[in-house]
Design a binder for this molecule. Structure first.
Ligand code: C2E
Ligand code: MG
Ligand code: MG
Length: 687
């Protein structure tokens, strides 16, 4: 027994007894109270209504025959007033009055009990009525929860009567498909909400379920009458119900999920910054080609010196540059090429389905190189970019995804290493080059620890007196297996790997110490030390120089740091600031390799320089009989006007020496006088 069936301990069930006969009321009250119910009495219909309002009983026993307002009218009135339609109203009628029974039900009674009352039957009927009510309420609650759940899940159901294709909708479905308050539609109406292919698919699924007594599950779009579009997940099942064949289906509005999924999918396949496909999507594009075994070309596009741009102009400007480049290459998608941002500053293009792709790739690479050169603006600066492109051809040079990607990467890095602003095709022989480079990089890391570096010194002579006035420190690497490796081969590698700052520090200390030795031995010669761009960009570079001065006690005026034009212009303002600080320590600055870079007079004017070194490129054209020296002559004249000290580098012949001395070079450095020498040999030379 439950509290609904009979009064429980905690909650008493009250029954309202409406009867004009006091004896009947008393007897009923006595019996019901004995059975554990609470009883409220009313002598007539009017009082009955009032008592109901006051006590809201769980069940009403209502006599039919009452004066003023009879039981039927009271019942009708009660049903009108009471929102709880499940409230059991049992009518007490005369025995076997069919008419009365009929009227009782019409008035809204739940059940009837005939008088004279049989007490066990009365309590039994009451119990049944209460149990029915409980079940009804439970069902109602469940339905409510279900429809709440459906509402929250944006879900509802529908029935399709297979015999006439009439569709019955739940309120939720009607809401979802944008026709609220409809509970029936026909197939045609449903079809108008579907796109042609979705409609075909749905009908196929339904027909198959009908044939196999089976189920179906599919998602489809719905275009609502108001123009809105929804994504629906439909799950259907064929059922036999009361001899009728129906499709019972649930519909769930998964528009939000679909959108979220789309977003997720987007983020996993597209780059947020540039909106271009990312590496993942690009790789799957390549795989499609490989699966079809159709020739294609994979092109990697790198931005030359991107790291320097990023470091000096800031990441926001770096992003701006990436976006701009992306914008320039995105239009190639319309030509059927697949364009992607492959990684950091590497973009990629797939040229699919071409047998003649080498020509196509040539043209495209040329076009992109010139596209990249179009100046762009960043932080008020006009920036001219260059690109390096690597191309790998499938299946000619690389026949797997990995080989294609590696190949394009190797070729691109070779293009970069070769000065940039060019494109290269990958060939299988490059593979070993790249591996060698990797091995060299490994060795370079160990070299400093293992003391494999040595400084050589090349003297610089006064052009007139032919006396040694300076010396340039030049690094040498004694590789354990490969012998001596020239700086031109490993300095760029050290730059790329960042090892150059450590290396540079070692050079500076070692050279300064050597300078102090010579000074102590009576040779006050100036000591030139080459810097790399990375060192100059170090925020604490002037501190480092100061430390060197303090620890080695070298006279600052004897130290001259060599920079190059490209180092100076990559971050001009910063360079000036750093150089000013160095100069304030009394250390000298020289411009190395002048003439090979920007050779801009305005740059030279702004930089705090002491010395200018004319590059060997202009010296080597000067013939033994002293001709072809026009450029060198012009550089000397210009330097004089800027009050710069001039050193001519790479003098190999007497003719070159004569020419330069004649036209005003202050100092001479070159094989004509001496090659770079190890300390011991240089000491002999000094003696
Ligand atoms: P650089 O600073 O312009 O050095 C002059 C280069 O020209 C040296 O090459 C020197 O051996 C060479 N040279 C001098 N006279 C003649 C000549 O008459 N004929 C010819 N053909 N060559 C001559 P090296 O030692 O191979 O150095 C190459 C470059 O490596 C240097 O050019 C410099 O940029 C860099 N480097 C060398 N040592 C260091 C260093 O300690 N730190 C940094 N960052 N770079 C260094
Ligand atoms: Mg130099
Ligand atoms: Mg030089």
């Amino acid at each position: 027994m439950t509290p609904f069936d009979s009064p429980g301990q905690s909650q008493r069930i009250d029954i309202l007894v409406v009867d004009d006969e006091p004896i009947t009321r008393t007897l009923i009250k006595a019996h019901l109270e004995k059975a554990g119910y609470g009883v409220i009495e009313a002598t007539d219909g009017e009082t009955g209504l009032a008592q109901y309002d006051q006590h809201t009983p769980t069940l009403i026993l209502l006599d039919v025959m009452m004066p003023v307002m009879n039981g039927y009218d009271t019942c009708v009135e009660l049903r009108k007033r009471i929102s709880d339609q499940s409230l059991p109203i049992l009518m007490l009628t005369g025995l076997n009055e069919m008419n009365a029974i009929e009227r009782a039900f019409q008035s809204g009674a739940t059940d009837f009990i005939t008088k004279p009352l049989n007490w066990p039957i009365l309590t039994q009927r009451i119990r049944y009525a209460l149990r029915d009510r409980r079940q009804f309420l439970e069902l109602q609650e469940k339905q409510h929860l279900l429809s709440e759940a459906q509402r929250i899940a944006k879900m509802g159901y529908l029935y399709i009567d297979v015999s006439n294709w009439q569709i019955t909708l739940s309120a939720e479905v009607a809401e979802i498909i944008g026709i609220p308050h409809h509970n029936e539609i026909d197939l045609n109406q449903l079809q108008t909400l579907l796109t042609e292919p979705d409609c075909q698919r749905l009908l196929q699924n339904i027909n198959q379920a009908i044939r196999n007594n089976g189920q179906y599950l599919l998602d489809h779009k719905l275009r609502l009458p108001n123009g809105q579009e929804k994504v629906i997940l439909q799950r259907g099942e064929m059922r036999q119900e009361h001899g009728r064949r129906v499709i019972y289906a649930t519909l769930q509005d998964i528009t939000e999920q679909a959108k979220a999924e789309e977003r997720l999918l987007y983020h996993s396949y597209y780059d947020v910054l540039t909106s271009l496909p990312n590496r993942k999507l690009f790789e799957s594009n390549i795989m499609e080609q490989i699966d079809k075994q159709t020739a294609c070309a994979v092109m990697f596009i790198g931005i030359d010196r991107f790291k320097a741009i990023n470091d000096s102009l800031g990441h926001r400007n770096g992003d701006k540059v990436l976006k701009e480049i992306a914008n320039r290459i995105t239009p190639y998608q319309q030509q059927g090429y697949r364009v992607a941002r492959f990684s950091g500053d590497t973009f990629a293009i797939l040229l699919p389905n071409t047998d003649t792709n080498q020509h196509q790739a040539d043209d495209l690479a040329q076009e992109i190189l010139s596209l990249m050169e179009v100046p762009l603006e960043a932080q008020g600066h006009e920036l001219v970019l260059h690109g390096s492109i690597g191309i790998a051809l499938y299946p000619r040079e690389a026949d797997t995804l990995d080989k294609l990607l590696l190949g394009a990467d190797i070729a691109m890095n070779l293009a970069k290493g070769n000065g940039g602003n060019q494109y290269r095709y990958f060939s299988t022989t490059m593979d070993t080059d790249a591996q060698q480079r990797l091995a060299l990089e490994e060795d370079l890391r160990k070299a400093l620890r293992n003391g494999e570096f040595e400084l050589y010194y090349q003297p610089q002579y006064n052009a007139r007196s032919r006396k040694i006035v300076g010396v340039e420190a030049l690094i040498r690497w004694h590789h354990p297996t490969q012998g001596m490796i020239p700086p031109a081969l490993f300095i760029p590698l050290a730059e790329e790997t960042g090892l150059v700052t450590q290396l540079g520090e070692w050079v500076l200390y070692t050279a300064a110490q050597q300078g102090v030795h010579w000074h102590k031995a009576g040779h006050a010669i100036r000591l030139g030390v080459n810097l790399s761009a990375k060192q100059l960009a170090l925020s604490h570079f002037q501190d480092l120089v100061q430390d060197v001065l303090r620890h080695t006690k070298i006279s600052p005026a004897l130290l001259e740091l060599e920079i190059t034009e490209s180092m100076a212009v990559s971050d001009f303002d910063n360079t000036i600031q750093t150089l000013d600080q160095i100069r304030s320590l009394d250390v000298k600055i020289s411009m190395d390799d002048f003439g090979t870079g920007y050779s801009s007079l305005s740059y030279l004017q702004q930089l705090p320089l002491n010395t200018l070194k004319i590059d060997r490129a202009f010296i080597k054209d000067i013939t033994a009989d002293g001709r072809n020296g026009e450029i060198a002559k012009a550089i000397i004249a210009m330097s004089k006007s800027l009050n710069l000290h001039i050193i001519a580098e790479g003098i190999e012949t007497a003719g070159q020496y004569d020419y330069l001395r004649h036209h005003g070079a202050d100092e001479i450095q070159g094989f004509y006088f001496s090659k770079p020498l190890p300390v011991s040999a240089f000491n002999k030379l000094l003696r």
